[in-house]
Every structure is written in structure tokens, then in C-alpha cells.
Design a protein around this ligand. Structure first.
Ligand code: 2P0
Length: 326
């Protein structure tokens, strides 16, 4: 039996589009920040008496589609490493479900570490990252703490695509603003697949993302938070522009999303250092200097903000977490 904790991550340069659906090989490289406050704890026990894998999520049996996705991923581990027992998987998130924060990144990173450790395997972070990627692309970045870059790799070579931790340390907070919202978004996998298949703007995305990634790495290395923030905003808006032009369109924004974009821009005009990013849903994530309490308070005060998770840089995925949730 093994218990692992993995923290969720937010991309500053987005993963948007696969060149290989099954292996989850991305079209472009991406770069993320791992967050301390949002994490998944997962316990895996292989049991000879089971006739199929079991999945308990936040204290209740998981929906069948989710159990099957986890079971297919465990099949991959069993095939790769030559064992056959089914597993009891018990998983819980540090954040409430249903708030639009459900993150497959922390879930599959924690599952990869717990499932391989429970099988007696000791894999390197790179091997774990490569495996986690096949559970959910963004999970490969959650193996690492701090800033992580996901290398897109070459051709159809599974072993060539994994994340690496960056040496850079920049004292930042990421404030996750959960907005009042009515509609459920299109899943990120479906959203990116439809964008790749139908958006006339997608053809410019790989070069845009690659240029943004190189510039952002240079800004990080220089410790230039304003440049990091501007590049992050630009990249998020470029990603959403490709999605908006899909057929049918992939629209993740709610009216409150745009209201918060404008709120961040207005705060910046008033002298607050803060920059937004948006993923496959309506919530806004804001990058700000660590300790900027007044900016955090100003962000929180907007009437569309339902809940705020203020996150510092989080650690790498690890075994035997303190006070496990499972
Ligand atoms: C990212 N997203 O880089 C981008 C930005 C959403 C928008 O990674 O299909 O759940 O399982 O590989 O990892 C979400 O995508 O997708 C994601 P799959 P995943 O964070």
C-alpha cells in the first residue's frame, strides 16, 4: 500500500492540442507553476481478491467513466511493468469538488506515484512524468514542484515527452478566483481536440506558443515578473482565440470572466502588479508578487468572486504526505 500527494499546477504557457491522442503527446511545449494549497492524496493497494479496479473519490464510489479512465491507466502500468493485480484506489482533493477546480493534473500525478510505489517500483521523476502524461497530459508537470516545463518531444516517441523542474525561483502567489457560474464547460480534452480539428486559427498556435515559451523562460531567468505576467496573459488569450474560432465554438468564458479580466486590468492601471490566466473553464487565476496582501484583497472584493484560493509555490509529488486525506 502506498499513499502519494501531488499538487495541481496552472499553466503560464498553455498545453493546447495533441499530436497523438492515445499517448497524449502535445503539439507544443508548456510551462506551469505547481500550487501548494490545491492537491490530491491517493492511496493504492493491490489486492488479490479484486476482480476489477476500484475507485473511491472524496469518500464515495467514483462515477463509472472515471473508474474506467483510472483502470485503463493502471492497465498501462501493469503492461509496462509486468504485474497483474487489480487495485483499490482511494483519492481525495484538498479543494471542494464542483467549484470548477477538479484537476486531472494532481489526480494522475498522485495516482502514478502511488500506483508505482505500491507495485514496489522506484521510478525517476522523469519516468513518473512520462507515465503521468499518459493519464492526463498536464499531470506530467505536477510531478515537479515550482515552475515546470513540459517538453513536447519528437515524432511519436513516448519516451521523448516529459516535464522537467526549472531552477528558477520567483516569489509569487497565484490567486485562484472561483466565479459565480451557471454552466458546465466543455472538457479540456474535447475542447482542444475540436480546436485542432476545426479552428482556422489553430495553425498559428504552435509557433505562437513556442515563441511565448522561450520569452517567458528568459523573463523567469531574469526575475522579471512584469514580463512573465504579460506573456502569460498573452498566451492565455491566444489559446482562447483559437478555441473561439472552432466549429462549433469552444467558449469557456462567462460574463463574470470578462468582468474579472477588466478588474485585473483596472487594478494594474491603479498600480497593482497582477496578471490573469484562464484555463478550460470560467475561473480566473491571477499571478501576483508573494505577500501582496492589498492586491489580494482588491481581487477578492469583486462581487463576482465566490471563493479565493491563494496559493504559493507548491512542492513536487511525494509519498507519505503529512496528515493524508485518505
Ligand atoms: C494547461 N489545460 O496547459 C491547459 C490549458 C487546459 C487549458 O492541460 O486531455 O486535462 O487529459 O491531456 O491535461 C487540461 O488538459 O487534458 C490542460 P488531457 P488535461 O494546463
Amino acid at each position: 500500500m502506498s499513499i502519494a500527494r501531488a499538487h495541481s499546477n496552472i499553466a503560464l504557457i498553455k498545453y493546447w492540442g495533441k499530436r497523438h491522442e492515445v499517448l497524449k503527446l502535445p503539439t507544443n511545449g508548456s510551462l506551469s507553476l505547481t500550487l501548494d494549497a490545491l492537491y490530491t492524496d491517493t492511496r493504492v493497494s493491490y489486492r488479490a481478491d479484486l476482480t476489477q479496479d476500484q475507485l473511491v473519490l472524496n469518500g464515495a464510489p467514483a462515477p463509472e467513466a472515471m473508474r474506467l479512465r483510472v483502470s485503463r491507466f493502471l492497465d498501462l502500468l501493469r503492461q509496462t511493468h509486468g504485474y497483474s493485480a487489480y487495485a483499490e484506489v482511494v483519492s481525495a482533493n484538498s479543494f471542494p469538488t464542483g467549484a470548477g477546480l477538479a484537476s486531472s493534473a494532481s489526480a494522475f500525478a498522485a495516482l502514478t506515484l502511488a500506483a508505482t510505489a505500491a507495485a514496489g517500483l522506484q521510478l525517476s521523476p522523469r519516468q513518473l512524468s512520462q507515465l503521468a502524461r499518459q493519464g492526463s497530459g498536464s499531470a506530467c508537470r505536477s510531478i515537479f514542484g515550482g515552475f515546470a516545463e513540459w517538453l513536447p518531444g519528437t515524432a511519436d516517441a513516448d519516451a521523448s515527452s516529459y516535464a522537467e523542474g526549472l531552477k528558477t525561483e520567483l516569489p509569487v502567489w497565484m490567486a485562484v478566483l472561483v466565479l459565480n457560474q451557471g454552466h458546465k464547460a466543455t472538457g479540456s480534452g474535447d475542447g482542444m481536440a475540436r480546436t485542432v480539428a476545426t479552428s482556422p486559427l489553430y495553425s498559428v498556435w504552435p509557433a505562437t506558443a513556442s515563441a511565448d515559451l522561450q520569452a517567458l523562460k528568459a523573463a523567469l531567468a531574469a526575475g522579471d515578473l512584469a514580463a512573465v505576467g504579460e506573456l502569460m496573459e498573452h498566451n492565455a488569450l491566444a489559446m482562447h482565440a483559437t478555441a473561439l474560432a472552432a466549429r462549433p465554438p469552444v467558449i469557456y468564458w462567462q460574463p463574470e470572466t470578462l468582468a474579472l479580466i477588466q478588474h485585473v486590468q483596472q487594478l494594474r492601471s491603479a498600480g497593482h502588479a497582477c496578471w490573469f490566466t484562464i484555463d478550460a473553464g470560467p475561473n480566473i487565476k491571477v499571478l501576483l508578487p508573494a505577500g501582496a496582501e492589498a492586491t489580494l484583497q482588491a481581487l477578492r472584493s469583486h462581487p463576482a468572486v465566490q471563493q479565493v484560493f491563494c496559493c504559493s509555490t507548491g512542492p513536487a509529488a511525494h509519498l507519505n504526505p503529512a496528515e493524508p486525506l485518505v
